[in-house]
Design a protein around this ligand. Structure first.
Ligand code: EPU
Length: 337
């Protein structure tokens, strides 16, 4: 078990905020984790489990214990004619896992290329992009229940996945399950999904296979989204809001070009980026935080921003969208502190 005191979290949050935690604990394996979950001091102190911090906003130093998994490794558990079941440790880098699948000819997650973060967090957030969600391929989630120290195996259904949502994000479960491994069921016969946005355009004239799709997704993401290694950010700051059809019809009278995706007969999803752009907030700054010009759903650490700068800018966006469109944006990013 790795234990550090007064530890900088600079490498553990993609906003690149130079905050510290009183304690940082990284368990190497399940035995370490079982010991941690029996430790009286650990159980009596405030703690938060994190992944790579690609969806976190630290509002200041953390006066408690930040926990990180060190469980890595990827193995193919079994195969049949159509599928392969792959088990991955929660601390594996997400994009390395996608690259591994593409190399092995296993299809499903190639549209999720280049998403920052780790495997464990991908199940909690149910990460998604370009018409695919992680939950489309998750077969099992292995996790320890903090309150009893017991190990539980969740089937896909038990995870209660929906858009950027899972059982692990529900208020009564939040922070109470430490994920150790995920099992994915991947296709041996590729079923490509190319209909989102301009993916097909990027592929025109090329042979379509897992490798070229991954390259196209990487190119599209790089053209739209800031690289957190260069400019701190946490991807989309808010989720795309769901509104009722009557609300949408009302808005359409004032804004005939309002984009929308039909979720079901009663519910419509509106791109938050469009709402933010229409509030005139592209490029808006507070302190060192700014709304990214090319994709206003992303807040960037432009110039040594503090967590507070980012939170205040997010609040201004939320208020502006609420006043102009009567829509409540919900942060996708989790606040700590
Ligand atoms: N739009 C604008 N102005 C802009 C940019 C976009 O009006 O400057 C509008 C357009 O109508 C556009 C729509 O927003 O068609 C959607 O934009 P985009 O395709 O960039 O996707 P998004 O809905 O903003 C979601 C995910 C992203 C994911 C992309 C691609 C959420 C919260 N975000 O963004 O995920 O990469 O789709 O699938 O669902 C993340 O979660 O961190 C993330 C980056």
């Amino acid at each position: 078990m790795r234990i550090e005191q007064n530890y900088s979290l600079l490498k553990y949050n993609t906003f690149s905020l130079d905050v510290k935690t009183r304690w940082f604990v990284e368990y190497a394996d399940e035995t370490d984790l079982q010991n941690l979950l029996r430790d009286e001091y650990f159980l009596s102190e405030p703690s938060r489990h994190i992944g790579q911090g690609s969806n976190l906003l630290f509002l200041g130093d953390y006066d408690g214990i930040i926990v990180h998994s060190g469980i890595r490794g990827v193995e193919i558990l079994k195969e049949d004619g159509n599928h392969a079941w792959l088990k991955a440790g929660a601390a594996e880098n997400w994009d390395n896992l996608v690259a591994y699948c593409v190399k092995k000819g296993l299809s499903g997650m190639e549209n999720l290329s280049l998403i920052p973060g780790e495997v464990g967090a991908s199940a909690i957030q149910n990460i998604g992009a370009y018409g695919v969600e992680a939950s489309d391929f998750i077969s099992e989630v292995h996790a320890y229940f903090l309150k009893s120290g017991e190990k539980k195996v969740f089937s896909n259904e038990a995870c209660n996945f929906s858009y950027r949502h899972s059982f692990f994000k529900e208020p009564e479960n939040r922070g109470l399950y430490y994920i150790t491994h995920l099992v994915y069921r991947l296709d041996k016969k590729p079923r490509f999904k190319l209909d989102y946005g301009n993916i097909r355009d990027y592929l025109s004239g090329k042979e379509i296979d897992l490798k070229t799709i991954r390259e196209a997704i990487v190119a599209v993401r790089k053209s739209k989204l800031p690289d957190p290694q260069i400019m701190g950010n946490a991807g989309s700051f808010f989720t795309n809001p769901y509104i009722c059809r009557a609300h949408y019809e009302g808005l359409k009278k004032h804004y005939p070009d309002i984009p929308h995706y039909q979720v079901n007969e009663e519910i419509v999803k509106i791109p938050a980026a469009w709402l933010i752009e229409r509030c005139g907030l592209k490029g808006k700054t507070i302190g060192g935080a700014a709304v990214y010009e090319k994709q206003p759903l992303v807040i960037i650490n432009k110039n040594r921003a503090t967590g507070d700068d980012i939170a205040r800018l997010a609040e201004e966006i939320r208020q502006s969208v609420k006043v102009k469109f009567s829509i409540e944006l919900k942060p996708e990013v989790n606040y700590i502190g």
